[in-house]
Design a protein around this ligand. Structure first.
Ligand SMILES: NC(=O)c1ccc[n+]([C@@H]2O[C@H](COP(=O)([O-])OP(=O)(O)OC[C@H]3O[C@@H](n4cnc5c(N)ncnc54)[C@H](OP(=O)(O)O)[C@@H]3O)[C@@H](O)[C@H]2O)c1
Length: 279
């Protein structure tokens, strides 16, 4: 029996077991994937004893994505550049870790908007936390020409721009008018309106008419931000597909087969979020 899990604190909200156990069943793999609640003071012990626990690896979620980096023997270049991890796996008994959030975001855009080209285009990313860093890294790897990075706390946007260089331009959230006319991919990575009551005020009327609008949040499936974008006529991409696509690499590292993200899986998780969901 091959065993993996997701760790976080708290962890009972995680939908990752639904995703991985669906793939285990579908592919006929004798394995299991469960939730493990790991408080911050137990994180080091857990990550340095994965083989003792009988685990081949784990996903890492809030609040451990950044601190977990300290307890991993080898970080790949994505993890080093973003300073955050979500996937841990074993190689010759040693821990390795990566971040698959950026890949999950980009693959979801291509899943929902086939034919979209990252190369040579301009994105605006709202928010300068962990998911923002992972997405910026991935967009640059895929050839995005320029990324405007808007955040409430300017210093955080400046720090990220400092890591990625001149292709990333930091600006205040109040200054979106300047970059919107040339933005053809707009991404919300803030938790405004999700983790708190604050709703982002976004000048959609200034946004390039051919732009795609995406959110990394997925509860509710159509977030207040996506609702505003739809009302202004923009095609939207929800964050649920990112959650599904970011899980693919972890599954293949642990269980040895690359699973597929399907509409059936999407519908199953969407109904777990909103029982009345209709595809
Ligand atoms: N779909 C997926 O697979 C996936 C993957 C990863 C994360 N997520 C979701 O993405 C969201 C962000 O995650 P994260 O790890 O990047 O979070 P994070 O590191 O805590 O960053 C949160 C960002 O939101 C901004 N923010 C919070 N409240 C705000 C407000 N009222 N007005 C304006 N900006 C506000 C923060 O701005 P300041 O810097 O000014 O504080 C910060 O830039 C979470 O809800 C998470 O669940 C989804």
């Amino acid at each position: 029996m091959i065993k993996a899990c997701v760790i976080g604190y708290p962890i009972k909200h995680s939908r990752s077991p639904l995703i991985h156990n669906h793939w285990l069943r579908e592919l006929g793999i004798h394995g299991s994937y469960e939730r493990r609640e790991v408080p911050p003071n137990a994180l080091e012990d857990f990550l340095t004893h994965l083989p003792v626990e009988g685990l081949v690896g784990c996903n890492v979620t809030l609040p451990h994505k950044e601190t977990a980096c300290r307890y991993i023997a080898h970080l790949d270049d994505r993890a080093r550049l973003t300073g955050s991890i979500n996937t841990v796996y074993l190689r010759q008994g040693e821990t390795w870790a990566t971040s698959t959030d950026g890949e999950g975001f980009a693959e979801n855009i291509l899943w929902r908007m086939p034919g979209y080209r990252f190369g040579g285009n301009t994105a605006t990313v709202l928010g300068a936390g962990g998911s923002s860093r992972a997405i910026i890294d991935e967009l640059l790897r895929r050839g995005m020409r320029q990324i405007f990075l808007a955040n409430r706390t300017m210093e955080k946007a400046e720090a990220i721009a400092g890591v990625f260089g001149r292709d990333v331009v930091p600006l205040p959230l109040s200054d979106l008018d300047t970059c919107f006319p040339e933005t053809n991919l707009l991404v919300n990575t803030t938790s405004a309106g999700i983790a708190n009551d604050a709703r982002l005020h976004v000048p959609f009327a200034r946004l390039h008419k051919g732009a795609i609008v995406a959110d990394v949040n997925y509860v509710p499936l159509i977030t207040p931000f996506l609702c505003d974008a739809q009302a202004c006529g923009y095609p939207v991409v929800t964050g649920l597909g990112m959650l599904l696509h970011q899980a693919v690499t972890g599954f293949s590292l642990w269980f040895g087969q690359r699973p597929k993200v399907t509409e059936d899986l999407h519908t199953m998780i969407a109904r777990d979020i909103n029982p009345g969901y209709q595809p």
